[in-house]
Design a protein around this ligand. Sequence first.
Ligand code: DMJ
Length: 479
Amino acid sequence: MHKSCYLAALVFALALLIPPIGARDTDMFSLEKPVSFSASFLTAMFANSTAVKAKKQTEMANRVRQEFRHAWNGYKQYAWGHDELKPLSKSYRDWYGVSLYMTPVDALDTMILMKLDDEAAETKELILKNLSFGHDIYVKNFEITIRMLGGLLSSYQLTGDKRLLALAEDLGSRLLPVFDSPTGMPYVNVNLKTGAVSGEETNPAEIGTLLIEFGTLSKLVGKPVYYDKAKRALVELYKRRSLLGLVGSAINVRTGQWTDETSHIGGGIDSYYEYLLKGWLLFDDKDCERMWKSSIQAANQYLAADARTGFWYGKANMNTGKRAGTYFGALDAFFPGELALSGDLDRARRLEESCFKTWTKWGVEPEVLNYSNMTIVEKGYALRPEIIESAYYLRHFTNDPRYLEMASTFFNSIENYCRTDVAYAALADVEKKAKADRMESFFLAETLKYLYLLFAPPGTVDLTKVVFNTEAHPIKKTW
Ligand code: DMJ
């Protein structure tokens, strides 16, 4: 706990022990007579403690906002107009040789939520002046959908600028050929100019994480084709679940055959679960509701694990249910948030505690750990948001200050270990705290957004009207 929190707690405890001046009388030390507190005194003390907490939260929100600015300024200085900043070499990286303005598109709605008005205006102009999609390049449908299509749609909803929607529609129409497989499940890559596709072996996340973006595009432009194709892909995948109700790690979209039967909730499958739940919540889609309910039931039955080290979700064979590994990764840490959003606060809380234990064991979470003996399997930290995203949902649904304490820990560690003179850098090794030359766009789209929202006034995002896509782009239900 931070020093000032201890101080506030001490002041509050003393206030409860010492009666207010007006309550003291000659009998005040009599054991028979209970100490009485005036109602107005107690109200004042509670109000005071609430004010202290609110002040602390505002300070934290401002610190996160300040650090967003720091990272953004680094991008501006060394990578302006490119996909990503390389924070150590102070240079840039374009994923496909030509820039798709990935960091600006991913970061814009965070700027808007943080009320960084000048940065948001400048970024929007950069995008509108320069971004176009007619390049002869093969892009990964999943990444471009969640970061770019999701970012453009969300920024359109937040600004009302129709040019952003036009860009989203242009992009969406160029991505559509991915669905032209014999099964309707998408190929991995598509050429933005020619519509040629490649990559027939893929995974549930890449197939099932498209409905929020394509579905929203359909609703906003009034063309059902986007919703229908993304929904069909999701259903085709679900139809291929095992008799136990589990999906595997790899599948061929041409044959519809599984090529890896390992089931889990982590990277490669993760956001398939997320979009079943959120497809239901965002579109009131009853098929998604049904698919989510049967899938989560199977995951809880076969993947959840009560181990000596805590509550986890591990790997199992999708057909036999036999345990196939005790690995849990930074990507898996989105799951407490999903559980909380679905109303399962008990499992959500327990799993987030396990994730937090991982974080505090090394000061920052490793990419993958073996939960049976708490050893590191993959030692990097890519500035990922998932554990923070989960704290955000848990804080929202429980109002428990525990999750603000966690959030302070996350923020302080990231600031201590990942901050550079110009921005933020991933860690190559969480034990040695060695940095890597990478700042992925999701650091600005997600990690800092969820940290900010944890401390910002509750009304900053209204979760009864908004669903976040898997890249933390808020989508408003306007239909
Ligand atoms: C993001 O691009 C998305 O959150 C995705 O669902 C998983 N990986 C990264 C963040 O870790």
